[in-house]
Write a protein that binds this ligand. Structure first.
Ligand code: AHR
Length: 621
C-alpha cells in the first residue's frame, strides 16, 4: 500500500461527511433516548373516541372497588381524553378499600428502570369530587415493594378544577422492572391526565437518556438527520409526523400513532427536542419533512401549499427571529437563540411516487425564495445520471447483502462531480449476512465507507440506519445500538462508525494498493488533527474482507525526513467467527482492540488479520 502524504496530494474531506440518522423506529425515541418513563401519559393512545383502551395502563382493584374508563373531559384542547376513576370503596364503611388502595399503574416501556438514589419528577393533572388522598409510588412490577412514594392531599374545593401536581421521588433501591402507581383509599371520582415521570438526571438536562446519547456523542457526528425515514411519511398521511403537533408544552401535544412501525408516541420527543439534541451533540440538524406523500396516499400538487407553508413555518420555528410567529414559540420553549438549521430534506424515499416531482418543486421554490441559504435535499438518486430538477443534494439509500455492500466501495467512482452531491442518508447490510448485527455486515460497511471517504468530492454526507433498537420491539434488523430499559451495546456496525469519527474535515491522502494485494482489501488514508490531544496524525484504514491474513507493506511517500514518531497505535475490529454478534450478555465480543504499533516508519510491514478492519494511527512530529 502506497500512501502519498505530501501536502499537495491531499484533498479536503467535507466537514459534514459522517453523521447519524435518528428515526423513531423500534421505540428508538419513545421508550428509548427520550427518558420519559410513562407510556401513553395522556391516555390518548386508544384513539379519540371514548371509552377507549388505556394500554399499557392497568387497573388496581376489582369492579366492586373501582370503575375506570376514559372520557373527553381533559383540560387540554388538543388531547381531550382523560381517565375517570370512580372509587367505590372507602377507608371506612361497608366497602373498605384494600390497605394499598385502588387505582391505576403504568409499567412504562417494558418496565421502568428505577435506580437507587436517583430522583424522578412525577407530574400529573388531577381533578376530584371529594377531598384528595392519592399515593404516587414506584413499586416492583407486581406492585410489591415501595421504591419511593409521596401522598398528595387537598380539599375537594382545591381539586374541583384540573390541578397540576408535581412531586419528586427519590428511589430507595434499584429495580429494573418497576411501575408507577396512583392509588387511593377514598371514595369519590378522580380524573387523571398527562401523567409523566422523568428522571432528573438526563443528558445536559434536556430529557435524553445519557448513556444512549453518549454513544452518539462518541461517534462525533457532524449532522443528525431526523425524525425518519418511513416515520415521516406514514402508511397514511393522517399518521405522518407533523411538526406542529409535537411542539409547545408537552401536556398539550396530542401524540400520534406511527402506523409504519406500529406504535404510539406521546411526542415528548418532538421537533424542538430533535433540534436541541442536534445542538447538544454539536451536530447540524437535517430536518426531513413530509411533502404531502405517504406510503398509500398523496396530496395533489395543486393542493400541496398547506404542506409547503407547514415546512416554511417549521424553518421559521427553528431559526426565525424570537419575535416572529413561530420563532416566538421556540423562544417560549426556552431557546430564544435560533437553531442552526441549514438542511432540509423534502420527503423520504418518495422519488418514484406520482406527485413527488410536482410537490418537490413547490417546496423547492418556496424555500429557496424565503431561505436562499438552506440546502434542499431531493429523494431522487443522482449518482448515475443527472437529476431532472434542482437540488443541493440527493438522497442515496442502500440496504443489501455483504458482498454487494463491499463492492459498492466503488459506487461513486464514476459519479459526475458537477451536479449536486450525494447524501448517503441510509445504508446497512441486511438479511442473513447481518442477523441482528454481525461482524460480516460491519466489514462490508467499512469497505463501503472507505469508498465514500475516497469519493467525498461526490458524497457530502453519510449515515447508517437504523440507529437504535429497543430489544423489546425489534421492528428492523440490524441496528447500530441495542438497548433495553437499563442495558445497551453497540453492534459491530456501530464500532465501524467510530473508525471514521476523525474523518469529517480531515485531509484525504491518495493511496494505491499494488496489484499483488488481495482484491478483498480496500484502504484509505487521512491526515487529521486529533480532537482529543490536538496532535497531527496519519490514519490508515484497511479492510480485509477475505478469509486469509494479508502481509502488507505500507510505504508512506512525500513526508519530510523524521516526520513520524517511531511508535503509533493500531486498532483492530475482528472476531473468531465472521457471524459473531454482540449481545447484552457479551456486549464486548466484537469491539475494536487498540495496541501499540512499534517500528513505525515510512516503510512498515504489517499483517492484517482475515475478516478484519484495522486502523493505523501514526503520530506526526
Ligand atoms: O431505516 C429503516 C427504513 O428503511 C427507513 O424508515 C426508510 O427510509 C427505509 O426504507
Amino acid at each position: 500500500l502506497i500512501v502519498n502524504a505530501s501536502d499537495a496530494s491531499g484533498k479536503p474531506i467535507p466537514e459534514t461527511l459522517f453523521g447519524i440518522f435518528f428515526e423513531e423506529i423500534n421505540h428508538a425515541g419513545a421508550g428509548g433516548i427520550w427518558a420519559e418513563l410513562v407510556s401513553n401519559r395522556g391516555f390518548e393512545a386508544g384513539g379519540p373516541n371514548t371509552p377507549s383502551n388505556i394500554d399499557p395502563w392497568s387497573v388496581i382493584g376489582n369492579g366492586s372497588l373501582i370503575n375506570v374508563e376514559t372520557d373527553r373531559t381533559s383540560f387540554f384542547d388538543r388531547n381531550k381524553v382523560a381517565l375517570r376513576l370512580e372509587v367505590l370503596c372507602d377507608s371506612k364503611g361497608d366497602n373498605i378499600c384494600p390497605a394499598d388502595g385502588v387505582g391505576v399503574y403504568n409499567p412504562g416501556f417494558w418496565g421502568m428502570n428505577i435506580e437507587q438514589g436517583k430522583k424522578y419528577k412525577v407530574v400529573f393533572y388531577v381533578r376530584s369530587t371529594e377531598s384528595l388522598n392519592l399515593t404516587v409510588s414506584l413499586t416492583g412490577s407486581n406492585g410489591v415493594g415501595n421504591l419511593a412514594s409521596s401522598v398528595i392531599t387537598g380539599s375537594a374545593l382545591h381539586f374541583s378544577n384540573w390541578t397540576k401536581v408535581e412531586t419528586l421521588l427519590v428511589a430507595k433501591e434499584t429495580n429494573r422492572n418497576s411501575r408507577l402507581q396512583l392509588t387511593t383509599t377514598t371514595k369519590g371520582v378522580i380524573w387523571l391526565d398527562q401523567v409523566s415521570a422523568m428522571p432528573l438526571d438526563t443528558y445536559k438536562g434536556h430529557g435524553f437518556r445519557s448513556e444512549l446519547v453518549e454513544m452518539l456523542a462518541d461517534l462525533k457526528p457532524k449532522f443528525i438527520r431526523f425524525p425518519g425515514g418511513c416515520f415521516v411519511e406514514g402508511e397514511w398521511l393522517r399518521n405522518a409526523f407533523r411538526w406542529k403537533a409535537t411542539v409547545g408544552p408537552w401536556e398539550e401535544r396530542p401524540g400520534h400513532f406511527g402506523d409504519v412501525w406500529m406504535y404510539w408516541t406521546d411526542d415528548g420527543l418532538g421537533y424542538f427536542e430533535f433540534l436541541q439534541l442536534a445542538e447538544d451533540l454539536d451536530a447540524l440538524p437535517i430536518w426531513v419533512f413530509n411533502n404531502g406523500v405517504s406510503h398509500n396516499d398523496q396530496v395533489d400538487t395543486s393542493a400541496v401549499l398547506p404542506f409547503v407553508q407547514e415546512a416554511l413555518d417549521g424553518i421559521e420555528f427553528a431559526r426565525g427571529d424570537p419575535t416572529s410567529k413561530w420563532g416566538s414559540l421556540r423562544a417560549a420553549m426556552g431557546h430564544p437563540e435560533p437553531f442552526d438549521l441549514r438542511y432540509v430534506a423534502v420527503g423520504n424515499e418518495d422519488c418514484g411516487k406520482k406527485n413527488y416531482r410536482g410537490n418537490y418543486l413547490e417546496f423547492y421554490k418556496a424555500i429557496r425564495n424565503a431561505y436562499p441559504d438552506i440546502q434542499i435535499i431531493s429523494n431522487c438518486d443522482g449518482s448515475s445520471r443527472p437529476l431532472d430538477h434542482p437540488a443541493d443534494m440527493y438522497d442515496y439509500h442502500v440496504y443489501t447483502n455483504a458482498n454487494d455492500m463491499f463492492s459498492r466501495a466503488n459506487a461513486f467512482d464514476r459519479t459526475s462531480r458537477d451536479g449536486p452531491k450525494a447524501f448517503v442518508s441510509e445504508y446497512a447490510v441486511t438479511g442473513k449476512d447481518a442477523g441482528t448485527g454481525s461482524l460480516l455486515a460491519a466489514l462490508a460497511e467499512a469497505g463501503f465507507l472507505i469508498g465514500l471517504e475516497k469519493n467525498s468530492d461526490a458524497v457530502e454526507m453519510v449515515s447508517y440506519a437504523p440507529l437504535f433498537v429497543n430489544a423489546n420491539d425489534r421492528r428492523w434488523n440490524p441496528d447500530a445500538i441495542v438497548f433495553n430499559s437499563f442495558q445497551h451495546y453497540g453492534t459491530p456496525s456501530y464500532w465501524v462508525q467510530q473508525f471514521f469519527s476523525e474523518s469529517s474535515g480531515a485531509t484525504l491522502l491518495s493511496t494505491s494498493l499494488q496489484a499483488t494485494s488481495s482484491n478483498s482489501l480496500v484502504a484509505s488514508a487521512i491526515t487529521f488533527q486529533s480532537s482529543v490531544d490536538k496532535k497531527n496524525y496519519i490514519r490508515i484504514k484497511v479492510v480485509n474482507f477475505g478469509t486469509n491474513a494479508v502481509n502488507l507493506k505500507i510505504s508512506i511517500a512525500g513526508l519530510e525526513p523524521n516526520s513520524l514518531q517511531l511508535s503509533g497505535s493500531q486498532t483492530v475490529l475482528t472476531s473468531a467467527n465472521v457471524m459473531d454478534e454482540n449481545s447484552f450478555s457479551q456486549p464486548n465480543k466484537v469491539v475494536p482492540n487498540q495496541s501499540l504499533l512499534k517500528n513505525v516508519g515510512k516503510d512498515m510491514n504489517v499483517t492484517v488479520p482475515p475478516r478484519s478492519f484495522t486502523s493505523f494511527d501514526l503520530l506526526k512530529e
